[in-house]
Design a binder for this molecule. Structure first.
Ligand code: UT7
Length: 345
């Protein structure tokens, strides 16, 4: 991202080795030689806790209004309660059922979260255990970009021969949010989304391109210390987010040899609708081709993209052969984008 002090672009090439050689080739033959290659999301699940915290509720103890929050963020309500592992397990079960995959056939659980059940151990092993699994299970801590990071790591593991991977984003952000703070309390909520990603033969879907990046010099603009709540410089997060979204989207498009017009649906991290609109104005994406659930969920960090993906699926907005772009950005700072071609059915 451009350095906030100098304006210099420091991002460089955040995908080592550029596109050639690091991704499955178009004919489906992989570097690992495992042959006919497809990367297909076969099941999607979502889970939200029951308890709704509306903007109106917040006005009872915070100097704010429903109108201000909706206009400045696009959020009307968020969910609180539940645990990260509980919500993750619920979303995973729905994804497995939709994919018609037995939990026992999952090779790996990847759980992206900023609000794990414990600082140590990770939450993924608990979710695997709930599902009756003893396969590999680890957390990804890349804040709001985490689920896209997980998706790209899953692709790499499938290149090494794995067949089915659960990629989950789950959060109980109410544990680290001060709902009396006007900057953060209006934004964050709990939820989980999960995807079953399967290695399939040629003709299946494909991860066409991806981009991962970070800028740790911006750690101070959004962070939580041990035992404390999230602290945020909202204006700076907003500014940096708009910049990294453009950078990452353009990088993934270029690597896939695609343009904005080739993308059927964009699923961005759901942080603030104005962030998305600002980035879209510069990129040329339209809100009509964008999946948003922010109004009903608030910012659910690593869960937001799979939650929006599930909503898009339920509304018939993800169809066989579609080209879908995911874009995550958040604390770290981190960013990640991926372009996935959905399987022809
Ligand atoms: O996953 C990434 C997570 N983080 C984000 O995406 C955060 C990105 N940033 C934002 O979403 C926005 O910066 C906020 C929504 C957090 C704040 O919006 P803003 O437009 O940057 O507000 P501001 O802090 O510049 O404040 C503008 C005005 C101020 O009043 P004056 O000085 O103009 O009279 C604030 O006191 O709005 C006032 N204000 C509020 N009023 C009602 C600030 N927060 C609130 C509030 N309710 N909650």
């Amino acid at each position: 991202m451009p350095d906030s002090q100098t304006g210099n672009n420091q991002m460089g090439n955040s995908q080592p080795g550029s596109s050639a050689g690091t991704q499955p080739s178009p004919d489906g033959v992989t570097a690992a030689g495992i042959g006919p290659w497809g990367f297909t999301i076969t099941g999607i699940g979502a889970a939200l806790p029951d308890k709704v915290l509306t903007n109106q509720d917040l006005t009872a103890w915070m100097d704010t209004t429903d109108e201000w929050i909706r206009e400045r963020t696009g959020i009307s309500e968020r969910r609180i309660g539940g645990s990260t592992s509980g919500l993750a397990t619920e979303a995973a079960r729905i994804a497995l059922a939709e994919a018609s995959v037995d939990a026992a056939d999952i090779d790996q659980v990847i759980l992206a979260t900023t609000s794990p059940d414990y600082i140590c151990p990770g939450t993924a092993p608990a979710v695997a255990n709930e599902l009756g699994l003893q396969c590999g299970a680890f957390d990804v801590q890349a804040a709001c970009s985490g689920w896209v990071y997980g998706l790209i790591v899953a692709n790499g593991l499938m290149l090494q021969g794995m067949d089915r991977i659960l990629v989950i984003g789950a959060e109980s952000l109410d544990r680290i949010t001060d709902y009396h703070d006007r900057g953060t309390g209006i934004l964050f909520g709990n939820g989980a989304g999960a995807a079953v990603v399967e290695r399939t033969g040629t003709g299946g879907g494909e991860l066409l391109s991806w981009d991962l990046g970070s800028a740790g010099n911006f750690v101070h603009i959004l962070y939580a210390e041990h035992g404390d709540v999230l602290k945020m410089d909202g204006k700076e997060v907003f500014r940096q987010a708009v910049t990294v979204i453009q950078h990452s989207a353009n990088t993934s498009l270029e690597r896939a040899g695609l343009t904005v017009d080739d993308i059927d649906l964009v699923i961005p991290h759901q942080a603030n609708v104005r962030i998305v609109e600002s980035a879209w104005r510069k990129l040329g994406f339209s809100m009509d081709k964008t999946a948003m659930v922010l109004e009903r969920t608030g910012n659910t960090s690593a869960a937001s993209i799979p939650l929006a993906l599930k909503d898009a699926e339920l509304n018939g907005r993800v169809n066989p052969g579609d080209t879908v772009m995911f874009i995550g950005f958040g604390a770290g700072m981190t960013w990640a984008s991926a372009i996935v071609r959905w399987a022809e059915r």
